[in-house]
Write a protein of this length. Structure first.
Length: 562
């Protein structure tokens, strides 16, 4: 058998002999490189390993995504349930220590760092190319019925939750928070890092409530775990990121939209829970008064025109649009939506999401949608003249268009659209109805009680009620006004409220309003006068009537509407 000395002394002319020489020289060079790396490891006081012929399992390699492995010059070459052995030729890289912490938090493992040569690293990185591809459905947290039942038994109040988060592991903590949020019907989970602690807050029925505090030493592990779940980059901490994952329950699933934002003391994470069951709302169940519902139902059944909902962020505009779409959804009707983002997946409806990075705007998307021969079009939000002009044209040419607009009340919608530059002679015949809305919390039925109100508040209520136009056909006995509030019980977590409903004002664009638009004699005050003649009940009036019916409280009505 040839050795290296023989090869160097000999004179070889055949290709086989030349290949053998190159191979031996290559082996000799690798040996030199590995000896140098081993010596460097001894000097630095870290363990050394040669990965040139080391069998790395796919499970170990997958712990670090290929892009991050190349960015950090780092590979995982061995793992057990508790330990991950990782290696890099640049063990002194400061950013490596931070990434190690994130890796440990995301996978719940301890890491051991080894030094390797550049040759070893390149050999290990090459194995990503032959790594078997695993097709997964979607990332998520699975909450079994047993886990949910256990949490429901152990956590009766937010005080119980605060104690429990201090006892569980990081991997169980995420499941615990998700289960608690689902159980308490929270719409958002806020995890906010402060100077000495990490606060957890749930948004329940539109109100943020402090529910727990987490030890700050666990924060890196928690945020890394959440980033891993939602497909975000663990090494990016200095700029915002958005992701998504799913909570799998026994009977249904909940999509979770995740937002990470850098703050002074670390990253703030907000998770919005998007329940598909929320889209099962019947149009009738939104809380419209019977006489208003009949008018709006008729307008939603027309084959063309526009219905616009108005109000600030979080006032339930999108839910109203989804309810209208659910009412209209049948095999004979083609419905297409344009949203930013798509919050709920609706069966039987074609949903498209705008994407600014790909120059796919509301206006461009709407143009394309109209070539798809739709009957009903939903535009998530009217933001600019180009979008509203296309929407108006669609409404005038045989399509029913539903959309949202940011104004304080229904009366402000028409002046806003005209100020955007829409031509009056196009706008007047295009609009069917405009809805102004807010969401109010409903009094908990389990602890509801009748209360006495202050004389000043009673006088205020009477003034509001006397301003209801006679055309509305509502009669109230002002000598027998009754109001209610919730005392707070286990069913409502001591809040006195459980669930939400809408308070609304709705007006139709009749001949008088059309005339005012065409004559350009339009203002918020003029619209209010014309809608009064039409018999429109304002949001605050609708709210007071719902308070009299024991649905909500006066305090809640005045909080959101005045």
């Amino acid at each position: 058998m040839l050795n290296l000395d023989d090869l160097l002394k000999g004179d070889f002319s055949s290709s086989e002999e030349q290949d053998a020489l190159k191979e031996k020289l290559g082996e000799f060079k690798i040996k030199e490189i590995e000896e140098e790396a081993s010596s460097q490891a001894r000097d630095l006081g870290v363990p050394y390993i040669n990965l040139n012929d080391f069998p790395i399992s796919p499970e170990a390699l997958r712990i670090i995504p290929e892009e991050e492995a190349r960015n950090y010059s780092l590979v995982c070459f061995y793992r057990t349930e508790k330990i991950a052995k990782i290696a890099s030729p640049r063990v002194q890289n400061p950013s490596l220590a931070e990434y190690r912490e994130q890796l440990e938090g995301a996978h719940g493992l301890k890491t051991e760092l080894y030094l390797i040569s550049e040759t070893s690293l390149n050999k290990a990185l090459a194995r990503y190319a032959i790594l078997p591809k695993i097709v997964t459905q979607s990332k998520g947290v699975e909450i079994s019925p047993q886990e949910l039942k256990k949490f429901q038994e152990e956590i009766k109040t937010f005080k119980d939750l605060n104690q429990k988060v201090k006892q569980v592991k990081v991997s169980d903590l995420i499941t615990l928070l998700m289960a608690s949020a689902v159980q308490s019907d929270a719409s958002d989970i806020h995890i906010e890092t402060e100077e000495t602690e990490v606060k957890v807050r749930f948004r329940i029925d539109g109100i943020l409530i402090d529910v727990a505090e987490i030890d700050k030493k666990n924060w890196r592990q928690i945020v890394s775990r959440l980033k891993l779940l939602s497909g975000l980059k663990m090494n990016i901490t200095d700029r915002p990121q958005d992701g998504r994952f799913t909570i799998y329950l026994e009977e249904n699933k909940t999509d979770v939209r995740v937002s990470c934002l850098p703050t002074a003391y670390g990253e703030s994470v907000v998770m919005r829970l998007l329940r598909s069951s929320a889209t099962n709302l019947n149009f009738k169940a939104l809380g419209f008064r019977p006489e208003i519902f009949e008018k709006l139902n008729k307008e939603a059944s027309r084959p063309n025109g526009m219905i616009i909902t108005t109000g600030p962020t979080g006032s339930g505009k999108t839910t109203t649009l989804y309810a209208i779409l659910n009412k209209l959804n049948n095999p004979e009707t083609k419905i297409i939506t344009l949203e930013d983002p798509i919050e709920y997946r609706l069966k039987g409806i074609n949903q498209s999401q705008v994407d600014k990075s790909k120059d796919y705007s509301f206006a461009k998307g709407l143009r394309s949608i109209l070539r798809q021969d739709p009957d009903v079009v939903m535009v998530g939000e009217i933001r600019d003249l180009e979008t509203v002009e296309i929407a108006v044209q669609a409404a005038l040419t045989g399509h029913l268009v539903v959309s949202t607009l940011h104004t304080n009340d229904a009366a402000g919608a028409l002046p806003r659209l005209l100020s955007m530059g829409v031509k009056p002679f196009l706008l007047a015949p295009a609009i069917n109805a405009i809805i102004g809305q807010r969401l109010v919390r409903k009094i908990c039925e389990n602890c509801k009680k009748e209360i006495e109100i202050e004389p000043a508040q009673k006088e205020r209520v009477e003034k509001i009620l006397t301003q209801i136009p006679p055309q509305a056909g509502i009669k109230i006995d002002s000598s027998n006004l009754k109001f209610y509030q919730g005392e707070g019980c286990k069913q409502c977590q001591g809040l006195g409220y459980k669930g939400r409903t809408g308070i609304y004002e709705v007006f139709l664009v009749d001949s008088k309003i059309e005339k005012a638009i065409l004559e350009e004699k339009i203002s918020i005050q003029r619209i209010k006068e014309l809608t009064q003649e039409q018999g429109m009940i304002t949001m605050v009036q609708d709210g007071v009537l719902k308070a009299l019916e024991g649905i909500t409280s006066l305090e809640e009505v005045f909080r959101v509407s005045e």
